[in-house]
Design a protein around this ligand. Structure first.
Ligand code: HEM
Length: 271
């Protein structure tokens, strides 16, 4: 299946990652199936993660809505009411950044972690971890550790403003290389959603979050749940509709633009 997707991407108009990776020196000695697997893993790591993290954000809105007013107040003060938030606003939105970090912490998309191996003997709190041991960082346990996070079950962005907290993207040389894209993608999506909508549960009553509400597996996200999105005003509603009508929906064109941005940033895309 991966091979079919990869081959169809190679035939498509405009720049894309399949074309780029196929022309790279790393792909030269790989079979087409191996290239397809590598692209598939990148797609899994980059696409599903951000999408699930956004569903987690919506769940946080219906389960712990107390922080929403503060985030919307900040957005209204910095952005105003006549335009949508843009990337240029993000550095002026410290509370929103805290919402994004809390979203990563509140529910980890890879609860059981990704195994690592020790390359040399190591000691942790007096315990010897011999070279070659498999170490499984259980992210679900770390984010629920009440000695690191007070009331860890509560979605509370303020904890990131009060003090810096450990990140959720792994550690060491295998730390998530997509964390900058992930943070920016989440921040712009969350900023625009909160600017545009009031997000609440169907009857206004907070949803009680339990472990059964999440899918099991390597990557875990919320099972379907109901959330209501109400435009915050008539004016905002028309602006959202206008922005949608005007937005570029031509994927080939958007990807070519991404290629142009890479060149502008000093990179040399080959695809
Ligand atoms: C919601 C957002 C994301 C979260 C929470 C997340 C989290 C993680 C975590 C915990 C790891 C394992 C790190 C370790 O083993 O110590 C990881 C690895 C990885 N992530 Fe992400 N990630 C996200 C988004 C992305 C995006 C957008 C991309 C690519 C554009 C990406 C690419 C990767 C890759 C390639 C690896 C494997 C790195 C390696 O093993 O050397 N991730 N991610």
């Amino acid at each position: 299946f991966g091979l079919i997707v990869s081959n169809s991407a190679l035939k498509r108009k405009g720049w894309n990652w399949a074309k780029e990776f196929n022309k790279s020196k790393e792909a030269k000695d790989l079979a087409a199936t191996e290239v397809a697997w590598d692209l598939g893993v990148l797609c899994d790591a980059g696409v599903e993660t951000t999408q699930i993290q956004l569903q987690i954000f919506i769940l946080a809105c219906v389960a712990y809505p107390d922080w929403i007013a503060a985030a919307q107040k900040e957005l209204d003060e910095v952005v105003g009411t006549n335009r949508l938030p843009g990337f240029e606003d993000l550095s002026n939105l410290p509370y929103l950044q805290a919402v994004v970090e809390e979203n990563f912490r509140w529910r980890h998309i890879v609860p059981a972690g990704i195994p690592h191996a020790t390359t040399q003997d190591d000691f942790y709190k007096g315990y010897l971890i011999p070279k070659g041991s498999v170490v499984v960082p259980v992210f679900a346990a770390m984010r629920q550790n009440s000695s690191t996070f007070d009331s860890p079950e509560v979605f509370r962005p303020e904890r990131w403003i009060e003090k810096s907290q450990p990140s959720n993207f792994g550690y060491g040389r295998r730390v998530c290389p997509g964390r900058f894209i992930a943070r920016n993608s989440l921040a712009i999506a969350i900023a625009r959603l909160l600017w545009a909508f009031n997000i609440r549960s169907k009857d206004g009553v907070r949803i009680n979050v339990s472990e059964e509400m999440f899918t099991t597996g390597f990557v875990s996200g919320p099972k379907p749940f109901v959330a209501v999105f109400e435009p915050r005003s008539k004016e905002r509603r028309s602006l959202i509709e206008r922005e949608f009508d005007m937005a570029d929906k031509d994927v080939a064109h958007l990807l070519d633009e991404a290629r142009g941005k890479q060149i502008a940033a000093g990179l040399s895309p080959q695809g």
